[in-house]
Design a protein around this ligand. Structure first.
Ligand SMILES: Cc1cc2nc3c(=O)[nH]c(=O)nc-3n(C[C@H](O)[C@H](O)[C@H](O)COP(=O)(O)O)c2cc1C
Length: 209
């Protein structure tokens, strides 16, 4: 098993035939953040998960994303900002609802915020493509976490879109949150969810009359 970072120019395989990987993908499911506990990935495991997450298609190699890691006491500290903003926005809500906001980041031992950070590209990689690359980072991270033995879920919830929380997170005006990847140990196994009718989603292109 090769987990080290390949050197630039190193010859890599064009294919990697693996029934295990196909089964892993065919049966992938998220685990709800509220069904997580510790432990989460340790530093070495997290380093690998982040390195794999960053191995995504990236038009013109702009790395139009970055990571914000929440671990330990920082999760509760960040929660104080969530609770405070929530209370400001909804002053009439019950105290336990505000408390829930304060404890959101305590649901999992490790949370990684993926920031979509599109670059001004003179050669013209569209912002849309750069944002798609950030989405691919999130999904790669889910897969790498699960393959490392951790449950994971991709959430945005309200705070991914809140302007004041964006400032607490240190986002620039051109950045936005692609999501928060919660990682931990599952307290219960997920079950299969409803799936779309694939036939309804697939068509063959034909010239329009
Ligand atoms: C960009 C994005 C944001 C999401 N945000 C939320 C969210 O805020 N709350 C939620 O319950 N699920 C959210 N989800 C869905 C879950 O991550 C998950 O995909 C869903 O529960 C279905 O489970 P599955 O991944 O096993 O199919 C989001 C998914 C994506 C792609």
């Amino acid at each position: 098993m090769k987990l080290d970072a390949p050197q630039k120019g190193e010859i890599l395989s064009a294919t990697h035939r693996s029934d295990e990987v196909l089964s892993f993908l065919a049966r992938r499911r998220s685990t709800l953040a509220r069904a997580m506990t510790g432990p989460g990935p340790d530093q070495k495991q997290l380093d690998l998960i982040l390195r794999i997450a960053a191995r995504v298609p990236d038009h013109r190699k702009l790395s139009p994303w970055r990571f914000i890691v929440f671990q330990g006491a920082a999760r509760a500290t960040f929660g104080t900002y969530l609770a405070s903003k929530f209370h400001t926005d909804f002053p009439d809500l019950e105290e336990d609802r505000v408390q829930f906001e304060g404890e959101r980041f305590l649901r999992a031992p490790v949370i990684v915020g993926v920031v979509s950070s599109p670059k001004n590209c003179p050669r013209g990689t569209p912002k849309w493509e750069q944002e798609l690359s950030a989405g691919a980072v999130c999904h790669n991270m889910l897969l790498a976490a699960r393959a490392s033995g951790f449950a994971a879920q991709w959430l945005t919830e309200w705070y991914a879109f809140d302007v004041e929380i964006a400032s607490v997170l240190g986002l620039s005006d051109s950045e936005r949150m692609a999501g928060f990847i919660y990682m931990g140990t599952a307290t219960q196994e997920p079950s299969e969810r409803a799936r779309p009718n694939m036939a309804a989603l697939i068509s063959k292109w034909e010239p329009q009359d």
